[in-house]
Design a protein around this ligand. Structure first.
Ligand code: ZN
Length: 267
């Protein structure tokens, strides 16, 4: 049928609608479990926290996978890295509960030193095979001007782990341990500048802010003076695009478009 088409716009639309059957109207429709991957123990709340609350309210299980220990996140010289990691673990448990999340998995790589290696990627592959999530959320590694290496690498690690978890020859030792290759149906990006799906979080925005503030070691009164207006402005930014007050913006792709595609940005 495509040999009759001589126009890109028509081909693009029919590729999405008829060939790939890409429907972005409700990406979580058939999802029972979501794995939300975060570089640090506060990013799931700051990024898609409102979306997570909406999902757990619908009975969808959300599990966090925190890649680092958060041990560098302080300007207080009296707190050691080890102490801070313990404090942040507690804060994250409390914050997660507020959003309906009971389980947090930790890889405990050192904050600021998250490396992209096949070993770290395969740690995530193993968790995906064990947890079998229908959807995985990761920070968008292509966010312009993102300066934190842990964030960029968490994005790449997450995307690649999702792509590879279905390939039996990747980390084949998992199979000997009784795990099966797992195909993740839905991959979503948060912290994205190119959202193509919006969640109206107006009614849970205050709860989201409280869940973020539960990370007391990160948000002292002084820090919060700047962060609360910043976070509200981010909510309004996505809200303006969505036609509501506060929203979160996510980005979804057909899996085929996450490789060698010159027009992936158009989705
Ligand atoms: Zn972070």
């Amino acid at each position: 049928m495509f040999e009759e088409i001589d126009d890109f716009d028509e081909a693009f639309k029919r590729l999405l609608d008829e060939v790939l059957e890409f429907d972005i109207s409700n990406p979580f429709e058939d999802v029972e479990k979501v794995l939300c991957i975060e570089p640090h123990p506060d990013d799931c709340a700051i990024g898609p926290g409102g979306t997570i609350k909406k999902l757990t309210d619908r009975g969808i299980e959300v599990v966090y996978l925190c890649l680092t220990d958060g041990s560098m996140g302080t300007t207080d010289e009296s707190v050691s890295a080890h102490e801070l990691a313990l404090i942040r673990r507690k804060e994250e448990e409390e914050s997660a509960k507020m959003l309906g999340v009971d389980r947090i998995l930790w890889l405990d790589h050192r904050d600021t030193e998250l490396e992209y290696t096949p070993e770290v990627r395969n740690e995530i592959v193993k968790i995906i095979r064990a947890e079998k999530p229908g959807a995985v959320l990761v920070p968008d590694p292509w966010l312009p001007y993102e300066a934190h290496p842990d964030h960029r690498r968490a994005g790449y690690l997450g995307v690649d782990a999702v792509a590879f978890s279905q390939l039996p020859n990747v980390a084949r030792s998992d199979l000997y341990a009784g795990l099966k290759p797992h195909q993740v149906d839905v991959l979503g990006f948060y912290y994205t500048a190119k959202p193509n799906y919006f969640v109206d979080i107006t009614d849970v925005m205050e709860l989201k802010l409280r869940a973020i503030r539960a990370h007391k070691s990160q948000f002292t009164d002084e820090v919060w003076e700047k962060w609360e207006p910043f976070l509200r402005t981010v909510g309004l930014f996505y809200g303006k695009k969505a036609g509501v007050k506060y929203a979160e913006g996510l980005r979804f792709f057909p899996a085929l478009f996450l490789h060698i595609t010159p027009f992936a940005e158009l989705v």
